[in-house]
Design a protein around this ligand. Structure first.
Ligand SMILES: NC(=O)C1=CN([C@@H]2O[C@H](COP(=O)(O)OP(=O)(O)OC[C@H]3O[C@@H](n4cnc5c(N)ncnc54)[C@H](OP(=O)(O)O)[C@@H]3O)[C@@H](O)[C@H]2O)C=CC1
Ligand SMILES: Nc1nc(=O)c2c([nH]1)NC[C@@H]1CN(c3ccc(C(=O)N[C@@H](CCC(=O)O)C(=O)O)cc3)C=[N+]21
Length: 301
């Protein structure tokens, strides 16, 4: 390890445990007034990676004391069946959060499905209403996408809530990670650069970053020489790669962790970084949805 830089490995696992224990405590408080948060997770098809994520979301929801419901639709389910299911979950008072696992099969219009979820139950923060609130800085009432929200909490551990004067580079511009991440960094006063596949000289761009967020989906693409010494590196990438001829596949991020650790000031590992925070934020968003729904039941006069 570099003698001059003492690199901090940011544990998303620990931060997620801390957040989940807060969620559990607030859930027990809410139970006293007869409210139990309910999360419905919908999965279409049997992609093995999606199955793993969905069951871990269900397990965490139960651990938090939530009502946890899973709906599994076959790969060839009609779009209308999925829309009908969402309509019934929208009407169901015991369900406060609805998550439709992405990706969906190609014959289903994912955009249409996402927009059919009630914005008040959109714990993924993908509905236009929530995207618009985030984009216009109305964070008090928005549901913020879980991965960027979780990443912000990890950044907060290093830099606090106010990122004034810091340059943040987000590599990736997807609607579920890159763009909302950039909006949150901007809302926290960072100067934000969004890089993507058409960016010229990515390496020089990344070297500007006091905070670098990698959300690309390319294993170990961000190397040590992309980093400004001492930078905070948030690795969102989850890439399953072959480990060896007879070994099981393993997970790697978008950052070359072993190289980057000698140059970064702080860095998230994969696994054990952003991933667990994503799931913890989903629980936090579901609790928030349940609390807001309960508050709205109180008479105004
Ligand atoms: N930890 C977690 O909880 C989560 C992790 N992920 C992971 O994060 C990663 C990104 O996910 P997601 O945003 O959905 O992915 P997308 O594939 O939707 O987006 C990838 C982005 O990276 C950009 N990109 C691709 N190649 C390059 C390149 N060579 N140079 C610069 N930019 C490039 C693309 O640019 P362009 O727009 O020009 O095509 C695009 O904006 C994946 O590994 C995914 O598995 C995702 C969600 C949650
Ligand atoms: N509607 C929707 N919302 C999502 O939030 C959503 C989605 N669809 N589709 C897929 C992506 C991906 N995603 C992850 C969540 C947790 C981990 C996670 O916990 N990862 C563990 C490792 C898990 C493992 O070993 O496979 C870790 O990084 O330590 C990873 C990825 C949520 N996504």
């Amino acid at each position: 390890m570099n003698a001059e830089i003492k690199t901090q490995v940011i544990s998303g696992k620990l931060a997620a445990e801390a957040l989940l224990s807060e969620v559990k405590a607030t859930t027990s408080e809410l139970a006293k007034s007869g409210v139990q948060p309910g999360l419905a997770v919908v999965i279409v098809g049997n992609d093995p990676a999606s199955q793993v994520y969905v069951s871990s979301k269900g397990k965490k929801a139960e651990e938090c004391g939530f009502l946890s419901i899973k709906h599994e639709l076959p790969e060839d389910a009609a779009e209308k069946d999925l829309l009908d299911l969402i309509a019934s979950l929208n009407r169901d008072d015991s369900i406060h959060g609805i998550l439709v696992q992405i990706p969906l099969p190609a014959h289903i219009d994912a955009g249409k499905v996402i927009q059919s979820i009630s914005p008040q139950k959109d714990v993924d923060g993908f509905h236009f209403t929530n995207v618009g609130k985030l984009g216009t800085g109305m964070l008090e009432t928005a549901f913020v996408p879980c991965t960027p929200a979780g990443s912000m909490r990890l950044i907060e551990q290093i830099h606090g809530k106010d990122l004034s004067g810091l340059t943040a580079v987000v590599v990736g511009r997807s609607n579920i990670v890159g763009k909302p991440m950039a909006s949150l960094l901007l809302a926290a006063n960072a100067t934000v650069i969004i890089a993507h596949s058409r960016t010229k000289n990515l390496e020089a761009m990344c070297q500007q970053a006091d905070i670098l967020v990698a959300a690309v989906g390319r294993p170990k693409m961000i190397r040590a020489d992309f980093l400004k010494p001492g930078a905070t590196v948030i690795d969102v990438g989850i890439n399953r790669v072959a480990a060896g001829p007879d070994e099981k596949s393993k997970l790697v991020g978008d950052v070359d962790f072993d190289g980057a650790i000698d140059r970064a000031g702080a860095i998230t590992p994969v696994p054990g970084g952003v991933g667990p925070m994503t799931i913890a934020m989903l629980m936090s968003n579901t609790l928030r949805a349940a609390s807001l729904a309960a508050a709205l039941k109180i008479r105004t006069y």
